[in-house]
Design a binder for this molecule. Sequence first.
Ligand code: RP5
Length: 164
Amino acid sequence: MSAPPVAIIMGSQSDWATMRHAAETLDALGVAHDARIVSAHRTPDRLVAFAKGAREAGFKVVIAGAGGAAHLPGMAAAMTSLPVFGVPVESKALSGQDSLLSIVQMPAGIPVGTLAIGRAGAVNAALLAAAVLALADAGLAERLDAWRARQTASVAERPEADAP
Ligand code: RP5
C-alpha cells in the first residue's frame, strides 16, 4: 500500500506539540499524512531507513521538525531528493534560534526549505506541502484557495477593544 503524500517526521515526542499544527493544517486541507518520530541522534538507523525509502514508499513531500542541534531535516534531505521542509522547534535553552540556525544553513547542493520557529513554521510547512501537491491536484488547489479565502474573511477590519 502506498504511503500518504506527506510524511511529518520529528526528532522527539516533545516536538509533537509543535508539529501537530502541521498535521492539523493538512487535515483541514484534506491532505493525508503520516507522523513519525525519527531522531537523527537517538534513532539514526530509523532515519536512514525512512529517508532512503521515502520516495519508494510513496511519500511526495517531507516535513521535518526538530529542536536544538536539529540535524533531522538536513540529514533527511541528504538521503532523499523529495522536497524537505524544515521546522525549527522552539528549544528551552535558546528559544529555537539554535534549531533555526541548525536547519537553515545547509551547504549548497542539499536544500531544506526552512520555515519559521515554532507553530507558524509548522502551519506554513503544511501549507507549502499542500501548494507543492496542488501543482498536480486541481481539487487540492481549490481547497487551498478556499482555506486562504476563509483566513482573509476572518480578519476583522478593526481590533476589538477588550480582546487579548
Ligand atoms: C531534538 O532534541 C528533538 O527534535 C527535540 O526538539 C529536542 C529535545 O528532545 P527531548 O529531549 O525532548 O526528547 O532531537
